[in-house]
Design a protein around this ligand. Structure first.
Ligand code: SF4
Length: 440
């Protein structure tokens, strides 16, 4: 299969920029809209072309089509309804869509958009110059994201240990996709980009240097699996050299951190935290076979571990099933001692190994629940609430435990992790009594 974005392309002559006169606005938007409390700069900035006629709108306003040349809309599953309502009020011939949902369900967009772009794209004009309504995104890897259109100081926030609200956080991508074989059955990354594609080193250098002007205290290397790249050490060194005072954190899979030396290298190059997917502790994932070993490498190096986990709501229905799952999960937390844990409910993505098992149950009315924080396909609202509560509650128990205080770190430091969990505590506890006596 040819990965999206690696096709050969012919440069298009857009020198006739009479099209791009001042009134011909090009407007980028993300559906669902930006979450200013938790988000990072959106990926649509990578797609937005150069030119002072280009804007990014974080709140998806309505526009006068007369003023606009193109709307560039990135649509994720949970933003589909919002997009359809917005698109119904605008000229279809000016709308270009891309992102996960158009990549996997292009047919759902052909009546709302002039072009439907599949897979990653960083060169808008060469992409839309292709014939046909549904086209593959083209990456030419010669441009930086339009961060000038976005307020990183006001809009970027992350829930991570040691970060204060006022600390500046930025992000960088040095690669796209993931080549894990077999792909993890829940993960949509290989659907967007089925092969690991590393960006050219020169571009990574330029981008890291461009981030220095923000004087960030934290930088998230948001590659889906940074350490899967053969030359990740060189890439890390480049980022650290450009941002020597910045704490770096990144996604990795345990099977790529194969020695203590690699963890030691990371800490020397500014990495303060590695995000690993524990996923479902009752399942065996090829990428996680040496997770316990990697946890000890990271501890020895003084690098924090961020452990995400997945809860399949359909497999914890009933008190016994729920308790068995969370008991196992808490055991793993104690064995691995991560500084941060983060739970997500399982979501079946089209094209993944799990999809065949779920697709007969999933309809467009479920799209808004693809937010990882809602128990997917659970129709009983009280049970939904209870499942959300328990996901929060076990994380809270871990962070506030004697074990965490004595063996991991202090939790109540006023960082964004602590503040966010206090906020969730205030949100959940008043509802606790109401759901407590429900058996399920
Ligand atoms: S979970 Fe990580 S290792 Fe597995 S397919 Fe997704 S990106 Fe690759």
């Amino acid at each position: 299969m040819v990965p999206y974005g690696t096709k050969t392309w012919k440069p298009v002559d857009f020198s006739d920029l009479s099209l791009l006169r001042k009134k011909n606005r090009v407007i980028g938007m993300s559906f669902p809209r930006q979450d200013a409390a938790l988000g990072l700069e959106p990926s649509i900035l990578t797609v937005l072309p150069d030119g002072d006629n280009v804007e990014y709108d974080p709140i998806n306003r309505l526009y006068n089509d007369e003023d606009v040349l193109f709307y560039l809309c990135s649509v994720y599953i949970s933003g589909y309804d919002e997009f359809v309502i917005w698109a119904g009020k605008h000229d279809k011939n000016k709308i270009v869509v891309g992102g996960y949902q158009p990549t996997t369900f292009p047919e759902e967009f052909t009546s709302h958009a002039w072009k439907v772009v599949r897979g990653p794209c960083d060169n808008f004009y060469v992409t839309i110059a292709q014939e046909g309504q549904v086209v593959d995104g083209i990456c030419t890897y010669d441009r930086l994201p339009r961060r000038d259109l976005y307020d990183i100081y006001k809009l970027n926030q992350q829930i991570i240990p040691d970060k204060r609200v006022e600390d500046v956080v930025v992000s960088i991508n040095t690669s796209l996709g993931c080549s894990q074989t077999p792909a993890c059955d829940f993960c949509c990354t290989p659907i967007m980009c089925p092969k690991l594609i590393s960006k050219p080193i020169d571009l990574v250098t330029k981008e890291a240097q461009a981030l220095a002007i923000f004087k960030p205290r934290f930088c998230f290397i948001r590659d889906e699996n940074f350490t899967m790249q053969a030359d990740w050490q060189r890439r890390l060194a480049i980022i650290h050299e450009a941002l020597p005072e910045t704490k770096l954190y990144l996604f990795a899979s345990a099977n790529t951190i194969t020695s203590q030396l690699k963890a030691d290298y990371m800490v020397r190059k500014g990495v303060y935290m590695v995000c690993l997917g524990l996923e479902d502790p009752t399942k065996d994932y090829a990428k996680n076979r040496n997770l316990d070993m990697v946890a000890s490498y990271l501890k020895n190096s003084g690098i924090y571990m961020y452990l995400s986990f997945i809860v399949n709501p359909l497999e914890i229905v009933g008190k016994e099933a729920g308790e068995a799952f969370y008991t196992k999960l808490m055991e793993r937390f104690r064995e691995l001692a991560p500084e941060m844990v983060c739970g997500n409910f399982l979501m079946p993505f089209r094209g993944t190994g799990l999809w065949d098992k779920y697709f007969q149950f999933v309809g467009p009315e479920d799209y808004r629940y693809y937010d990882s924080k809602t128990p997917f396909l659970v129709r009983n609202p009280v049970l939904r609430e209870k499942m959300k509560f328990y996901m929060f509650w076990y994380q809270w128990q871990y962070f506030t435990s004697d074990f965490y205080r004595d063996n991991v770190r202090r939790f109540d430091t006023g960082d964004t992790l602590h503040l966010r969990f206090e906020e969730l505590y205030r949100e959940f506890m008043p509802r606790y009594e109401r759901i407590w006596n429900v058996r399920a």
